[in-house]
Design a binder for this molecule. Structure first.
Ligand code: IPE
Ligand code: IPE
Ligand code: MG
Length: 244
């Protein structure tokens, strides 16, 4: 499906779509496979969705890859996920960057292995001037942690006198978050039927539209993405004003 078809059948397109990619484990377990196999298949869905974004007019795509709470999983699953991230950054993300994508990371990277931190820094540096699709990867991310880091930074500046208390406001808090300059998400999609936010983009989601779909992430695909965008197009956003 091309961009024109989506525009013909739907209202406005989101500039920024954020996705809680949930359901990999259940996808695998239902097939008698190890959970990691579900994560592997999930990477294939990431590939399809990233490819579809430019066709659908999406400029920013945020993907929730690993939450600050996901360390609670077995050491085996965490290590398997870290291995998948390494492989994805080395090959696919590097290729996307060569093709003009900009990659950014949000989350507390200091808790990640040094080689992963190095790959993240290098992807960001190499792609900083790219202007095609911006892919924001949330890795060891939690919304409360992000807001807390921002608050501490601003508090330190007020304490050392480099910032006045009047300069602590919505704009400066937003600018102290992990990815300043990225517009708030217009649409948040969560797969797998769960209807919760799981500590994702708490500040940025103030006026996002939410869509919960039943497909498990490995079963989500370009057509399901197009359907989600059509639902978004039919929504009326009011931002607190009166309809009309
Ligand atoms: C999402 O799938 C991927 C990560 C959280 C890393 P899950 O692994 O949460 O899959 P379910 O929810 O157990 O099915
Ligand atoms: C949210 O999914 C995190 C990611 C998709 C990376 P979880 O599967 O960790 O969320 P809960 O535990 O069901 O809320
Ligand atoms: Mg889950």
């Amino acid at each position: 499906m091309g961009r024109a078809e989506v525009f013909d059948t739907a209202g406005p397109q989101p500039r920024h779509v954020a996705i809680i990619m949930d359901g990999n484990g259940r996808w695998a377990t239902r097939r008698g496979l190890p959970r990691l196999e579900g994560h592997r298949r999930g990477v294939e869905t990431v590939r399809q969705i990233v490819e579809a974004c430019p066709d659908f007019g999406i400029e920013f795509l945020t993907l929730y890859a690993f939450s600050s709470e996901n360390w609670k999983r077995s050491a085996e699953e965490v290590a398997g996920l870290m291995g998948l991230f390494r492989r994805y950054f080395r090959k696919e993300a590097a290729n996307l960057v060569k093709r003009g994508a900009r990659v950014k990371f949000i989350g507390d990277r200091t808790e990640l292995a040094q080689d992963i931190q190095d790959m993240m820094a290098s992807l960001e540096t190499q792609s900083a001037a790219n202007e095609k699709l911006t892919i924001v990867i949330a890795l060891n991310y939690g919304g409360r942690g992000e807001i807390t880091r921002a608050a501490r930074r601003l508090a330190a500046e007020v304490a050392d006198g480099s910032r006045s208390l009047d300069d602590v406001n919505e704009a400066s808090i937003g600018a102290a978050l992990d990815a300043p300059g990225i517009p708030d998400p217009d649409l948040v999609i969560r797969t797998s039927g769960e209807q919760r936010i799981s500590n994702f983009l708490l500040w940025q989601c103030a006026y996002a539209e939410f869509l919960f779909v039943d497909e498990l992430w490995p079963d989500f695909n370009r057509d399901a993405f197009a359907r989600a965008l059509a639902v978004f197009g039919a929504r009326e956003r009011r931002f607190g004003a009166v309809a009309g």
